[in-house]
Design a protein around this ligand. Sequence first.
Ligand code: AMP
Length: 192
Amino acid sequence: MRLVLLGAPGSGKGTQAAMLKAALKVPHISTGDLLRAAVKAGTPLGLKAKAVMEAGKLVSDDIVLGMLEERITQPDADGGFILDGYPRNVAQCEALERLLARIGQPLDIAVKLKVPSELIVDRIAGRAAAEGRKDDTPETVRERLRVYAEQTAPVAEHFGTIGRLRIVDGVGDVDAVFKRILAALPGELTGA
Ligand code: AMP
C-alpha cells in the first residue's frame, strides 16, 4: 500500500499514520519527523531548516525532496509506505509523482482527514502541552494553518482530479477515525 495522508496541522495525521503503519505493515514516513531529527542532530540541513520550521513556514522543496528520496528508497519501503506531511504544495506533488514513477512505486491513494478549524486549534494546544513542540506556539500555529490553506489545500484537489482522493471525517476518537480510514482504503490493498 502506497498511501499519502493529507490534513491540516493537528488533524491527527501523525497519530493515524502510526496506527496504519502497524495495521498495513509498511513504514510511516513523516517529513516533519525527518526534519526534526536533522535539527536535533545539528546537521547542516537541520541548521538550515530550524528557523523556517519555528516560523511555521515551509522548508525549501529541494531539501525536503532530497530527504524524502533518501528515506523512501530504503529497502523497508519496497512494499509500500505511509507518507505524512508530504506533499505540502503543488510543486512537491509533481516532484513526488516523478520520484515514484522513477522508482516504479506509483501512489495508490491519498486520504484527507477533514477536521473543522475550531477543533484544530484545540488539538494543537493539547499537543503543545503534551509534546512541547517549538512550532506549536499560537503565533506559529496561525502561520502553519495559513500556509496549509494557501499551499497545501490545492494538493488534495489535485489528487481529487486524478481520482485518487478519499476524504475521511477526522472528528471523533482515534479508533473511530482509524476505522473510517481503513474502510476508505481500496479493499484489494488491505486484504478486506
Ligand atoms: P509536520 O510535522 O508535518 O507538521 O511538519 C513540521 C514542520 O516541518 C512544518 O511546519 C514545516 O516547517 C516542515 N515541513 C514538514 N514537511 C514539509 C514539507 N513537505 N515541505 C516543507 N516543509 C515541511
